[in-house]
Design a protein around this ligand. Structure first.
Ligand code: PHE
Length: 339
């Protein structure tokens, strides 16, 4: 009798289709738990006598082993991590890195210049890159046909307009629209028709500054710019002012700082002199104040202008200006945002 029941079970087990994790679990619940028909048979054999009991035990054991073998066989295939059609996550894989950008080195330099001057009360002013003759030249004492215009080789858009050659044009706009006190920076892109080399490009970036109030003197100019370079570079920096010429300032000067690359001992960047020029400056010419409707009897002021590329090259020891405009990610990713 036990033998017949075992044969029947044997058949059922063979016919049971396991083709998913669910049917695998159903198979286990049906044949491999304490309530399975196999277990029921085991419970019966205690009533069977002697030799027959041993024989019956063997039959049932065979069925049990068959069920266990079938379960093991399919377990591999249908355990959770092998289930097809379900997303398989491998949590040990490295994630797709999200590349965040970093600030362009020129922007980092500009930000710190703006920050340092804002402590002295300077605001930021902007103006157009296509500028008319008045704002870029005439108001700044460059008369028509005057050779001083050759100082800055100009890209003309038409007879009246050009790409601005300096952001002094923004100074004119500010003076025309605001009465002193004026304390502002004029950052921006400027254009000059120059051959492209390691030291020059046909466009670059400037920050100019303008300070106009009662009793502003050349001493204020020197103090302000000296404080700026000490904070921008380091406290050891030395400065010197050399007389120079700009049509819109009188007197005019250029400021040199001790070379930050070789610390003054002489290198390629400072052409072995130990000094590098970083800006032009001067007292705003009284005629320029008048051109911009500011009373030169009451007010005086100073102005300065510097190249952002030059400062950035000195700050980071970069020897080719063109690299700023290549957008090579290997270069750019070396500059982490400063905040
Ligand atoms: N505008 C001058 C230049 O582009 C720089 C400058 C600004 C000089 C203000 C003196 C005063 O070269």
């Amino acid at each position: 009798m036990v033998q017949d029941k075992c044969k029947e079970l044997n058949k059922d087990i063979n016919l049971f289709t396991i083709d998913s994790a669910e049917s695998l679990e159903n198979f286990r619940l049906k044949y491999l738990t304490k309530k399975s028909p196999i277990q029921d048979l085991f419970n019966l054999i205690k009533d069977i006598a002697g030799d027959e009991r041993k024989q019956a035990g063997q039959y049932i054991n065979e069925v049990k082993q068959q069920a266990e073998a079938k379960f093991e066989q399919h377990k591999e295939l249908y355990t959770k991590s092998n289930i097809k059609n379900q997303p398989v996550f491998d949590y040990s894989l490295s994630h797709n890195a999200v590349n965040t950008g970093s600030r362009h080195p020129l922007q980092i330099t500009l930000n710190s210049i703006v920050q340092l001057f804002s402590k002295l009360g300077f605001t930021v002013s902007n103006g157009p890159e296509i500028e008319n003759d008045w704002h870029n030249f005439s108001a700044l004492n460059f008369p028509a046909e005057h050779p001083a215009r050759d100082m800055q080789d100009t890209f003309f858009v038409n007879a009246e307009h050009a790409l601005r050659t300096h952001t002094s044009s923004v100074q004119v706009r500010l003076m025309e629209s605001t009465q002193p006190p004026i304390r502002s920076l004029m950052p921006g892109r400027v254009y000059r028709n120059e051959a492209i080399s390691a030291r020059a490009n046909c466009f670059f970036h400037q920050v100019e500054g303008l300070y106009i109030d009662r009793d502003v003197s050349f001493a204020d100019l020197k103090y302000t710019l000296y404080e700026f370079v000490k904070q921008f570079f380091n406290n050891d920096v030395k400065v010197r002012f050399r007389p120079s010429y700009f049509p819109f300032t009188e007197p005019s000067a250029e400021m040199d700082i001790s070379c930050q690359i070789c610390k003054g001992s002489g290198c390629n960047v400072c052409k072995q002199s130990g000094w590098v020029e970083i800006l032009g400056c001067g007292m705003v010419d009284s005629q320029v104040l008048t051109n911009c409707k500011i009373d030169e009897q009451i007010y005086s002021g100073f102005a300065f202008g510097m190249g952002i590329e030059r400062l950035t090259m000195l700050q980071y020891g970069i020897n080719d200006l063109r690299i700023f405009f290549d957008n090579d990610i290997r270069f750019l990713k070396q500059f982490v945002p400063e905040n």
